[in-house]
Design a protein around this ligand. Structure first.
Ligand code: NDP
Length: 311
């Protein structure tokens, strides 16, 4: 069995930043990259809002740079998925899908969250070229254009109002006749003149043209589920905001989480309810979900792990 002072699970901005800080603090961290090395940013194209990249950078290229920076200080970055953890005693026993087992004095969980999509074939086709799950990341590309947001919760309401500031018109497509979002957010949506809510409406298909690597989304076919009437809206951007699923299945019943599965950390800290286990990035954050905020909490987690080991 392998021993480590610091095991980092996950390789998005949170995991890699934790790895940079932990290696510089001589914790010799081992990082298991998880299902999607580089995390959610590897599914986006241009990242324009991460400080330090004045010209913007491709999500996958940025994550390669994060990885290289962590490796420069000696982080041991490995391909593999953590499948089991024993949180009842320290060091924590963690099983990896390649059969390896580790004993970790501290664990930093940075397994992220996965955006939910509708599951349409046409939605898949336009991902990264018209279809997005993050208005803050990709809204800028639709300045002055018509777009749609699907969903009726706080995320959808927030994304719609954010986009309304940038875009010409925003359709908010919701499958029921009532939003799930908080009253304040509902009021904001309903009082924004360039947001049109399409009630009782479902998405049948997303349409556009694909030529080689160029994708141009130009509309969505919708259906009113009360009247069964089909209609088309002309849009260039389609934002899915039907929720995220935090990647916390292996921690169920072992670490404190909220009703939707996000890990709960102490205020102003990344500490979970188990001393020595820290959580950073989207796995503990359903509000901001930005690369920069994930990186920030990754740094916090490594600093806290170092202090914990020093105590
Ligand atoms: P929610 O689960 O709250 O809402 C998801 C929305 O998507 C619902 O309106 C749901 O419809 C709809 N939906 C789900 N699946 C489908 C589908 N297959 N097809 C069409 N529509 C679908 O997720 P959110 O991400 O909005 O919010 C998650 C949590 O985070 C909430 O607790 C929220 O309050 C919180 N949050 C808070 C914010 C803040 O305080 N600033 C900002 C963002 C989120 P239906 O209503 O019919 O179920």
């Amino acid at each position: 069995m392998e021993n480590t002072k610091c095991l980092i699970i996950g390789s998005g901005p949170a995991g890699y930043t934790a790895a940079i800080y932990a290696s510089r603090a001589d914790l010799n961290p081992i990082v298991y990259q998880g299902m999607e090395p580089g995390g959610q940013l590897t599914t986006t194209t241009e990242v324009d809002n991460f400080p330090g990249y004045p010209e913007g950078i491709d999500g996958p290229a940025m994550m390669e740079q994060f990885q290289k920076q962590a490796e420069r200080f000696g982080a041991d970055i490995r391909w593999g998925v953590a499948t089991e953890i024993d949180t009842t005693q320290r060091p924590f026993k963690v099983k990896i899908d390649d059969g390896n087992e580790l004993l970790a004095e501290t664990v930093i969980i940075a397994t992220g969250a996965t955006a939910k999509y509708l599951g349409l074939e046409s939605e898949e086709k336009f991902k990264g070229g018209g279809v997005s799950a993050c208005a803050t990341c990709d809204g800028f590309f639709y300045k002055g254009k018509d777009v749609a947001v699907v969903g009726g919760g706080d995320t959808a309401a927030e994304e719609a109002t954010y986009l309304a500031n940038l875009c010409n018109k925003v359709y908010l497509i919701h499958r029921r006749d009532q939003l799930r979002a908080s009253k304040a957010m509902q009021n904001k949506v309903l009082n924004t003149p360039n947001i049109e809510v399409l009630w009782d409406t479902e998405v049948k298909e997303i349409v556009g043209e694909v030529k080689g690597f160029t994708k141009a989304l130009n509309g969505a076919i919708l259906v009113n589920n009360k009247t069964n009437k089909e209609f088309k809206i002309d849009i260039e951007g389609f934002f899915v905001a039907i929720g995220h699923k935090p990647n916390t299945d292996i921690f169920k019943g072992k670490l404190e989480m909220d009703e939707t599965g996000y890990l709960i950390t102490k205020p102003d800290s990344t500490a979970t309810n188990v001393p020595g286990i820290f959580a950073a990035g989207d796995v503990q954050d359903k509000h901001y979900r930005q690369a920069i905020t994930a990186a920030g909490t990754g740094a916090m987690a490594a600093i806290e792990a170092e202090r914990f080991l020093g105590e």
